[in-house]
Design a protein around this ligand. Structure first.
Ligand code: HEM
Length: 266
């Protein structure tokens, strides 16, 4: 598989004492690994399919549901309140709108996610309950990612899938953030304002790496599910359209066995 070079600046030499700089440096290598997952490579090549996007939205729904539930519940915790920006960042409602656009009013019954997504949400619940300040590492990984490379991915999604402006793509849009760069600066300064002991700081850096790993595992599982569901597309087009429903169901069943699938939201 060909590798796409990371677009990130080489900032390793100038790591200071600021948590925002340390976290960026610590996750630099795993960020490259995330960029080079098959799913993200499809994105960067402009080859994202509707099936990939819809399945990704299901997992993002589960992840943000739990992340934002835990952030809300712990919003007055001293490790959470400085980086608590629900107006600007919350993604859950946008994802729900996108899912309704693609799957209709009954979308919730159709939510299907791989085991890796469940592991991710279990981790979020666990730290939300036992060590809420570590939520910052997860909020950083998802929200700052969405405000960085995520903005490019939004444009690619629209182009690759031929979606008319905004349709099914609320996830990528942050109406409460007029300048992503300025907002990211504010977010970093808030991260830096959180007081941490050396041990806590180290745990935070480790948790950020874990957050990236969990995302990578989700992408890999989704890709496995997709490689099964998309196989029959090699058949003639007429056959595909008449069999597409059966194919999707059978594919998902096979993927359930392979990936050890998870949740049906209720
Ligand atoms: C196609 C895949 C991706 C591309 C092309 C991409 C690209 C980028 C770029 C260009 C930046 C800005 C770097 C800078 O300002 O120096 C960035 C930042 C970031 N990305 Fe990604 N990214 C991708 C995937 C991901 C994924 C999957 C995650 C995590 C789930 C992620 C998390 C982050 C985070 C947290 C930052 C902020 C770093 C910081 O300023 O501290 N990215 N990304």
């Amino acid at each position: 598989m060909d590798k796409v070079k990371s677009a990130r600046k080489d900032d390793i030499q100038s790591i200071g004492r600021d948590l925002s700089e340390q976290i960026k440096a610590k996750t630099k290598d795993i960020h490259v690994k995330a960029e080079n997952t098959q799913l993200m490579l499809s994105y960067q090549k402009g080859q994202i399919t509707m099936a990939q996007y819809k399945l990704l939205l299901f997992s993002l729904y589960e992840i943000y549901k739990v992340l934002e539930e835990e952030l809300d519940r712990n919003s007055s915790h001293p490790g959470v309140s400085p980086i608590y920006f629900p107006q600007e960042l919350a993604r859950l409602e946008s994802i729900e709108r996108d899912l309704e656009h693609f799957f209709g009013k009954e979308w919730l019954k159709k939510v299907i996610v791989p085991a890796a997504t469940q592991r991710y949400t279990q981790r979020l619940h666990m730290i939300g309950k036992n060590d809420p300040k570590l939520l910052m590492a997860h909020a950083y990984t998802r929200y700052l990612g969405d405000l960085s490379g995520g903005q490019v991915l939004g444009k690619i999604t629209q182009k690759s899938l031929g979606l008319s402006s905004g349709e099914g793509m609320s996830f990528f849009s942050f109406p409460g953030v007029s300048s992503p760069n300025r907002f990211k600066q504010l977010y970093r300064s808030r991260m830096n304002s959180i007081e941490l002991t050396e041990v806590e700081r180290e745990a935070m850096l480790e948790e950020a790496v874990r957050a990236f790993e969990l995302n990578i595992q989700v992408f890999d599982d989704l890709q496995k599910m997709l490689s099964i569901t998309e196989e029959p597309q090699k058949a003639p087009a007429t056959l595909i359209s008449s069999l597409s429903v059966v194919h999707w169901s059978l594919g998902i069943c096979a993927a359930l066995v392979t990936v050890g699938i998870g949740i049906y939201a209720s």
